[in-house]
Design a protein around this ligand. Structure first.
Ligand SMILES: [Cu+2]
Length: 127
């Protein structure tokens, strides 16, 4: 919300950028799609959110590449499949792992205490 406090020319920039400010009260969802190798990039932010609301991948082996943007430790797990993959990022690092998924709808979330409750989850669509 800091952008809204700016005035003048900056206001125009804020309005232009607003579709990309996920979780900033503006509505709209963002989607991240896997690449041709069925690998998908996920960024974890200090505001306890990921870089998209919906992640789309293809069935079969899916590779998640988690990177930390900020300083807070974050994780990435698939709900009900937590014992198969748990990615952890600290100190600006990255982590990656793969999981075999059938078509369906899943939930991704961060299992650090309190983070999911703060909204650190996203939908995972497997086609
Ligand atoms: Cu987290």
């Amino acid at each position: 919300m800091r952008l809204r406090a700016t005035v003048g020319a900056s206001t125009t920039a804020a309005l232009l950028l607003s579709p990309f400010l996920v979780g900033c009260g503006g509505g709209g969802t963002t989607t991240q799609v896997a690449n041709e190798d069925n690998a998908i990039r996920v960024e974890a932010y200090d505001r306890q959110d990921y870089n998209a609301d919906i992640f789309e991948v293809a069935r079969g082996m899916v590779t998640f590449e988690l990177s930390q943007v900020g300083v807070q430790e974050h994780t990435l797990v698939v709900e009900d499949r937590e014992d198969e993959m748990r990615l952890v990022v600290v100190d600006g690092g990255t982590d990656s792992g793969s999981i075999d998924l059938e078509p369906g709808r899943y939930l991704l979330y961060c299992d650090i205490a309190g983070h999911r409750a703060s909204g650190m989850e996203a939908r995972l669509m497997v086609d």
